[in-house]
Design a binder for this molecule. Structure first.
Ligand code: MN3
Length: 240
């Protein structure tokens, strides 16, 4: 390299950096002309809407960061296995043995995470019915004896999940309602073939900012946010 060239580079360093940034932006814009296969679904309510039960900061980080991380992982798997973008995620995670081995673990974790969180956001609402609809109440009474007994069993499953995971009220293969929990981002579709109608995220990120280690406090207050209209819709679909 000549002295002149070095001097030019030094003088132009600022401009070069600016130019590189513009080139970078240009590339990003080009790459985005093909829409990503997975995108973060918007919340149906504001981040602060579930206060005081679920705090604004938790909702914000949980949606924009935790959920969005799964979207990024899924989009990265599409490059390795384009079929991932061709079927609904629920269908893919319901039949993980059909997923190629080289992407199966990230599809299980991030596909489950995406499905779980999308389901979870819709289960909460600042308004909506405060008690189960007649159909759901009747099924709950049939399976558990009463609404209180179901809440007790569900709460025990949520508190009893060791480490990270989810608790569920789901329609099993036998068409009966059951309560259980799953580890990590596993969903009731995986392995069990069950169809959830209600679920709670019991990962620490779902409650630690407000409740710290007190998971039971979070579960107790979370019941105030449940959208029983949505549970009824889920029940109808799961029972069909
Ligand atoms: Mn979560």
């Amino acid at each position: 390299m000549t002295i002149d060239r070095r001097a030019s580079l030094k003088l132009l360093a600022g401009a070069a950096a600016a130019s590189a940034t513009m080139t970078g932006l240009g590339r990003v814009a080009l790459a985005q002309t093909a829409a990503p296969a997975f995108t973060l679904p918007p919340l149906g309510y504001a981040y602060e809407a579930l206060e005081p039960h679920i705090d604004t900061a938790t909702m914000n980080f949980h949606h924009k960061n935790h959920h969005n991380a799964f979207i990024g992982i899924l989009n990265a798997q599409v490059e390795k296995w384009p079929d991932l973008a061709k079927k609904p995620i629920e269908e893919i995670i319901s039949n993980l043995s059909a997923v190629p081995e080289n992407v199966r673990t990230p599809v299980r974790n991030a596909g489950g995470g995406h499905w779980n969180h999308t389901f979870f956001w819709d289960l909460m609402t600042p308004g909506g019915a405060k008690a189960p609809t007649a159909d759901v109440a009747s099924a709950i009474n049939g399976a558990f004896g009463s609404q209180d007994k179901m809440v007790e069993a569900f709460t025990a499953a949520a508190i009893g999940r060791f480490g990270s995971g989810w608790a569920w009220l789901a329609v099993g293969k036998d068409k009966k309602l059951a309560v259980f929990n799953t580890p990590y981002q596993d969903t009731p579709h995986m392995d069990m073939g069950a169809k959830p109608i209600l679920g709670i995220d019991v990962w620490e990120h779902a409650y630690y900012l407000k409740h710290q280690y007190r998971r039971a406090d979070y579960v107790k207050t979370w019941w105030n946010t449940v959208n029983w209209d949505k549970v009824a819709a889920n029940f109808k679909k799961a029972s069909a």
